[in-house]
Write a protein that binds this ligand. Structure first.
Ligand code: NDP
Ligand code: 8X3
Length: 254
């Protein structure tokens, strides 16, 4: 499928790495404009250097509710987005629910839920005015399928799934499409972040198998975006072929 984004402008949170960065590159390559948002300013500068006049880079922490609320006003007019990609997110740790750091849970909830909700709320009024617009939320297979240590992370992504569907219900009658994209194992900085910067541990997650790449997921999002404006893809779930489901474990009496 040819991916042309001529005339469109995508605001991507978490554009400094992984899926978000790959999507920014795809949209720019397809002739679209990009507002690249993220906390790491050196990365934003790199993206701006490649994207040039078609790219506007914004230092943004999505948990900073004041900065999020004022962002629509702060953007240059030509970078008013008609595509909002709520991609910024993270998992922290794989500890059990009784031992995981509560502060890690708070950060995941603040970023993956509060950040996404506030971004959506900030941009919805102007998206609804557009003849066509898209909200793409990045969920996860972890929002549908539980695994040990997934606890709060999976919970946040289940929220993203349901919030996306509920947005569709509220937006009926507008031309705003909403899609929740739910990937499985994708080789980005995700595991490095989850394991507190331990690259060896992160590398082992993707050892001897072929995970999705950030661009695989970006490609899929691009395909969703270029569908005719009357077509809404509600949910996309995608995994590497070498990732699947296990049987239910059973704790047996000894
Ligand atoms: P990366 O760690 O490579 O990218 C995460 C991005 O989120 C970075 O650009 C980071 O930018 C940004 N980010 C994190 N916290 C904040 C914050 N508070 N404010 C603004 N930006 C923030 O991982 P992925 O590309 O894999 O992750 C993208 C999304 O995909 C996440 O929502 C993740 O949960 C989801 N996902 C990932 C999967 C995987 O296996 N990789 C599978 C399923 C879903 P910066 O640090 O510069 O702020
Ligand atoms: C993370 C997906 O499969 O690594 O969102 O748990 S997985």
């Amino acid at each position: 499928m040819t991916q042309s984004f001529e005339g469109r402008c995508a605001l991507i949170t978490g554009a400094t790495s992984g899926i978000g960065r790959a999507l920014a590159a795809r949209i720019l390559a397809g002739g679209g404009r990009v507002v690249a948002a993220g906390r790491r300013q050196d990365r934003l500068a790199e993206i701006k250097a490649v994207g040039g006049a078609k790219c506007h880079a914004v230092p943004l922490d999505v948990t900073d509710t004041d900065a999020v609320a004022s962002l629509p006003e702060d953007l240059p007019k030509e970078f008013a987005p008609d595509i909002l990609v709520n991609n910024a997110g993270l998992a922290l740790g794989l500890g059990g629910a009784d031992t995981a750091e509560l502060s890690d849970w708070d950060r995941m909830i603040d970023t993956n839920i509060r950040g996404l909700v506030h971004m959506t709320r900030a941009f919805l009024p102007q998206l609804k005015e557009r003849p066509r617009a898209d909200i793409v939320n990045i969920g996860s297979v972890a929002g549908s399928y539980p695994y040990p240590g997934g606890n709060a992370y999976g919970g946040t992504k289940a929220f993203v799934h349901q919030f996306s569907l509920n947005l569709r219900a509220d937006l009926l009658g507008s031309m705003v499409r909403v899609t929740c994209v739910e990937p499985g194992m994708t080789d980005t900085e995700f595991s490095e972040v989850r394991f507190g910067g331990d690259r060896d541990k992160a590398g082992k997650v993707y050892e001897k198998m072929k995970p999705l790449t950030g661009d695989d997921v970006a490609h899929l999002i691009g395909n969703v975006l270029v569908l005719p404006p009357h077509v809404n893809v509600n949910t996309v779930e995608v995994m590497p072929v070498q990732q699947a489901f296990g049987p239910f474990p059973v704790a047996r009496d000894s």
